[in-house]
Design a protein around this ligand. Structure first.
Ligand code: FMN
Length: 239
């Protein structure tokens, strides 16, 4: 069998996919905010045993319009948006400084679901980046303290040495923080929920908001308040 044939023989979704979970004939009754539907779907993903449902693809573009995408993990969802963290000095950090437009894509295969969050990413103020860094496991803090992310590396030994040194530092000082570590909030302009089904095609629901109405980013991504809501428009899309 050729590689091409093997690709075509692969099933994308398992049988027995769930329904959308929202009455798509009555959008007024759908959750008022995309955050509310996202957290409901996230709980479904956890209950279904989806692996790493908090992992998402972050897409960014540089000043010249060249697009870059990579996986990272979601840190919180609040009324302000979807939170993620990384080095400001990394390529993603440079992209977001030059062009804050970004997108997060979640794929929950076992449920036949995809969520796309598109908007503008802004660095959270105050202690948010440092607080996120300190909350990471020891090995992740050591890796973060190494720095130089995405720069060319001379040899594996060079990294092993730098990592071992930083691991000692992380153990000796649990409060040590990589100075470039940053928490960003992706303030959503559009959030789209996509559901496959066994026998009814696909369904798509999009929330759209005016970015001008979103509030200030709080200093730490700890409060998950769904009460301050934008005036969201809900609409169905042709699959
Ligand atoms: C499952 C998974 C989770 C990851 N989580 C993060 C994260 O939370 N923050 C981060 O900066 N990089 C994370 N990474 C690494 C990124 O994918 C990427 O390699 C790194 O951030 C450099 O990206 P850049 O060169 O585009 O800036 C993760 C990778 C994987 C596979």
């Amino acid at each position: 069998m050729t590689f091409r044939d093997r690709l075509r023989a692969l099933p994308t979704f398992p049988p027995g996919l769930p329904p959308f979970g929202v009455d798509l004939d009555d959008l007024d009754a759908a959750p008022a905010t995309p955050q509310a539907l996202f957290t409901r779907w996230f709980d479904d993903a956890l209950a279904a045993g989806v692996g790493a449902p908090h992992a998402a693809t972050l897409s960014t573009a540089d000043a010249g319009g060249r697009v870059h995408a990579r996986t990272l993990v979601l840190k919180d969802v609040t009324a302000d948006g979807w939170w993620f963290a990384g080095h400001a000095a990394s390529p993603k950090g440079h992209d977001l400084t030059a062009n804050p437009h970004a997108s997060l894509t979640f794929f929950w295969r076992d449920l036949g679901r995809q969520v796309r969050v598109q908007g503008s990413a802004r660095p959270a103020g105050g202690d948010a980046g440092a607080a996120d860094f300190r909350a990471r496991p020891e090995g992740s803090r050591a890796a973060g303290l190494v720095g130089h992310q995405s720069e060319p590396l001379g040899s594996p030994a060079e990294y092993r040495h730098a990592f071992a040194e930083r691991l000692e530092e992380a153990r000796a000082d649990p409060g040590a923080v990589a100075p470039t570590w940053t928490a960003w909030t992706l303030v959503p302009a559009e959030v789209e929920f996509w559901q496959a089904s066994d026998d009814k095609g696909q369904a798509r629901l999009r929330y759209r908001s005016s970015p001008a109405t979103s509030g200030a980013t709080p200093a730490t991504p700890t409060t998950t308040s769904m009460t301050t809501m934008n005036p969201w428009t809900k609409e169905l899309l042709w699959p």
